[in-house]
Design a protein around this ligand. Structure first.
Ligand SMILES: *[C@@H]1O[C@H](CO)[C@@H](O)[C@H](O)[C@H]1NC(C)=O
Ligand SMILES: *[C@@H]1O[C@H](CO)[C@@H](O)[C@H](O)[C@H]1NC(C)=O
Ligand SMILES: *[C@@H]1O[C@H](CO)[C@@H](O)[C@H](O)[C@H]1NC(C)=O
Length: 449
């Protein structure tokens, strides 16, 4: 999911039309799920699909943990049913499911996200350090319980704010494995459209939109000046203020682009009449500009509600969700608890990962605005990593789109422990936009191709 207040809400706002299908489990593969109490009053939900391949058993295939953004976006919901899980939101088999090549572990984190929940407001995480230590508790318990996964290569894949969490988690995980307090075969982290350097994203919004015919000179000036105010707040270490100004800059972008879709600049949704769809799914506060949100985040093509799916047939199937816990019910509280940490960069964490010998992949969608590729290039150039110069001097390699042989689907470049994938014709949610290409990338990163 996206990273905005708006997008933390969008999980819930996406769809509000009732779903009438029951859950008739069409899954052949094995799955399991559960809660881990990661702290007093903090309960984290996870959902594991065992790899389902005709040519190998799951113990011969890697394990991928998927982390969604927000913070507050649910991997067990959005990542699972809208992006990479074995079933799509209509509960039909997904053609490009990642479960064909790896076991996939979805975790609703930080606590309060998706089916995870806290007993009190004090239990929400307020920084990535807490997010990472919470996840370490979960992973320790997971690998102790599911011993057969201790030796399979373990990768963390992420999207959006999930990338910031993935970086921090990977560093703590590396330390824990070194110390022997956690048994797993950690093989690498992949940061997709990731909020690693928030300011670099915001500062490139203007130039990116200008070169793609979505801003004129007037708009460029407006957006650049709003972004400059964010920069000043970040430079002064005023991170909460920076988060507020970032949200203001989003509005300035919307006003000057006639409402560009932040997640894929080429797929603006047609205007929607609000009265027919506003309703029970709405949990966000009014200052998040509901009309724009509704226009941007609710697709008229979506006939079924992710929220209704999760709170209906899925919770029934899972059978362990406490009665008073609603999927997505605490999403906004998750975001606002983290809002003082939201604009802080974690570029130094990526440097520490590379120094520690962790394989790091950055992948980004060409049509993503909220975390545009230009911004990613900028923070990569700030790395202190010894390989940076050689990496920068290398020429990239083109990859065919597996769905359209002969047509370029991506470019990539690898030097030592660092790779970068430029995914074409994809926005923020790469597996949703370019499923076959995303699957190909998964195979390459996990050394199956
Ligand atoms: C759900 O109810 C239990 C008591 O039955 C309480 O301890 C818990 O905090 C509640 N959780 C939420 C998310 O309201
Ligand atoms: C990192 O990737 C390289 C291939 O690029 C591989 O040889 C190496 O084993 C990987 N490292 C780890 C820790 O898995
Ligand atoms: C990965 O990084 C470690 C630590 O810098 C280094 O020892 C190792 O050779 C690197 N791996 C590759 C494939 O270059």
């Amino acid at each position: 999911m996206g990273l905005t207040k708006t997008s933390a809400c969008s999980v819930v706002l996406l769809l509000v039309v009732a779903i009438d299908t029951g859950f008739s489990n069409p899954l052949k593969s094995k799955e399991s799920w559960g809660y881990v109490d990661v702290r007093e009053g903090a309960h984290m939900f996870w959902w594991l699909y065992y790899a389902d391949s005709p040519s190998a058993s799951y113990s011969q295939l890697p394990l991928v943990m998927w982390l969604q953004g927000g913070p507050g976006g649910s991997g067990c919901g959005f990542g699972n049913f809208e992006e990479i899980g074995p079933l799509d939101r209509d509960l039909e088999p997904r053609k490009n499911s990642w479960v064909q090549y790896s076991s996939v572990l979805f975790v609703d984190n930080p606590v309060g996200t998706g089916f995870s929940y806290t007993d009190s407001d004090e239990a929400f995480a307020t920084d990535v350090a807490t997010v990472a230590s919470d996840m370490l508790v979960l992973l320790k318990q997971f690998f102790n319980k599911e011993e057969e996964f201790q030796s399979v290569p373990f990768y963390i894949f992420s999207e959006s704010y999930g990338g910031k969490m993935a970086a921090a988690i990977s560093l703590e995980l590396t330390k824990a494995v070194e110390k022997g307090t956690l048994k797993c075969n950690f093989a690498g982290v992949a940061l997709g459209d990731s909020w690693i350097s928030p300011l670099d994203s915001v500062m490139t919004w203007g130039p990116y939109l200008y070169t793609t015919s979505l801003l004129d000179d007037y708009g460029l000036r407006e957006v650049s000046s709003a972004a400059e105010a964010v920069k000043q707040a970040v430079d002064q270490g005023q991170y909460l203020k920076a988060t507020e100004l970032w949200s203001v800059t989003e509005s300035v972008v919307e006003q000057n682009t006639n409402g560009v879709n932040f997640y894929n600049i080429l797929t603006q949704e047609p205007d929607e009449k609000m009265s027919s769809v506003a309703g029970e799914g709405y949990i966000c506060e009014m200052h998040f500009q509901l009309p724009l949100l509704m226009r941007h985040h609710i697709s008229p093509l979506h006939r079924q509600s992710l929220s209704q799916l999760m709170n209906g047939p899925i919770r029934k199937k899972l059978g362990i969700i406490p009665q008073n816990v609603t999927w997505g019910g605490q999403a906004e509280a998750v975001f606002s608890s983290m809002s003082g940490d939201f604009m802080k960069p974690v570029v130094d964490v990526v440097d520490q990962l590379l120094d520690a010998g962790v394989n790091v992949t950055v992948y980004n969608g060409q049509l993503d605005l909220i975390v545009d590729t230009m911004g990613q290039e900028q923070w990569v150039k700030q790395l202190k990593w010894v390989g940076l110069q050689s990496f920068s001097q290398m020429k990239w390699t083109a990859l065919d789109d597996p769905a359209f042989p002969g047509v370029t689907g991506a470019f990539y470049k690898t030097y030592k422990n660092f790779s970068f994938y430029w995914i074409l014709k994809a926005g923020h949610m790469i597996p949703s936009d370019q499923g076959p290409m995303a699957l190909q990338m998964l195979k390459m990163i996990t050394q199956q191709d």
